[in-house]
Design a binder for this molecule. Structure first.
Ligand SMILES: [Zn+2]
Length: 87
């Protein structure tokens, strides 16, 4: 079973890493993602992650500021991949 779940990123640029990464937890089972793929044009960034535990596709749209925050913070075990063909 695979479902696609969409949300809007809720963190702010000044939030700590743990809070930012919580925005990308699986909407279905709350597992933290291993990999986040960031795509989209400036102003409409879209972070996609596939849950390793339940297979749900989680999509989180965000602003450029939030995307930059995601890219620069200490991400622990979560890898953030930028897909350059979409920039
Ligand atoms: Zn899940």
């Amino acid at each position: 079973m695979s479902v696609a779940l969409e949300d809007q990123a809720r963190f702010e640029a000044e939030d700590c890493a743990a809070l930012v990464l919580a925005s990308f937890a699986c909407r279905s089972c709350l597992k933290a993602p291993d990999l986040i793929t960031l795509t989209g044009a400036p102003g409409s960034r879209l972070a996609t992650s596939k849950c390793a535990a339940c297979g749900a596709m989680n999509r989180v749209s965000m602003s450029d500021t939030q995307a930059f925050k995601l890219w620069t913070l200490q991400r622990g075990n979560t890898f953030v991949h930028f897909a350059p063909q979409h920039w």
